[in-house]
Design a protein around this ligand. Structure first.
Ligand SMILES: *[C@@H]1O[C@H](CO)[C@@H](O)[C@H](O)[C@H]1NC(C)=O
Length: 131
C-alpha cells in the first residue's frame, strides 16, 4: 500500500480541489459563451432619439415601402426585410447584411436602423445643397 504523509495528503487534496474549481469555471464559461452567441449581436450602432415627428416620418416611409407589390406578397421576417431594403439599401446592409432577420426575432436593431435611415436622409439633403 502506498504510504503518504500528512503534507503529501494536503497537497493532493488541494490539487484535486483546484482541478474541480477549474472545471466548474470552464463549464460556466462555456455556458456564458453559448448564451452570448445567441443573445449578443455585433452591429453598427447609429444614434437615434425617439421623437414623435421622426417616428411618424419613419412610419410614413415604412408604410409606403410595405405597400409595394414586391413586399406585399411576403410575410413575416421576409416582408420586414423587404421593407427595410426598400427604406435604405445602405442601412439594411450595414445592420442586417451579415446576420439576417429571422422569423420571431425581436428586432433589437430597429432603433439603429432608424438612426441610420435619418442619417442617410440628412446626408442626402446635404448633398443636394452642395449640388
Ligand atoms: C453620412 O455622411 C457621413 C460623412 O460623410 C458618413 O461618414 C456616414 O457614413 C454617412 N451615413 C450614411 C447613413 O449614409
Amino acid at each position: 500500500m502506498l504510504q503518504i504523509n500528512h503534507v503529501q495528503q494536503r497537497i493532493l487534496v488541494t490539487l484535486v480541489c483546484v482541478l474541480l474549481i477549474m472545471d466548474c469555471c470552464c463549464i460556466l464559461e462555456c455556458l456564458e459563451n453559448s448564451q452570448a452567441k445567441r443573445v449578443l449581436y455585433h452591429y453598427r450602432r447609429f444614434d437615434y432619439r425617439k421623437k414623435k415627428p421622426q417616428e411618424q416620418s419613419f412610419k410614413k416611409y415604412s408604410r409606403a415601402c410595405d405597400q409595394r407589390e414586391k413586399c406585399r406578397q411576403l410575410v413575416g421576417a421576409a416582408r420586414t426585410t423587404c421593407g427595410r431594403q426598400c427604406l435604405s439599401e445602405y442601412c439594411f446592409n450595414e445592420l442586417y447584411g451579415i446576420d439576417e432577420l429571422e422569423d420571431g426575432e425581436i428586432d433589437v436593431r430597429l432603433h439603429s436602423f432608424k438612426g441610420c435611415f435619418f442619417e442617410e436622409q440628412y446626408n442626402m439633403t446635404k448633398i443636394k445643397r452642395i449640388n
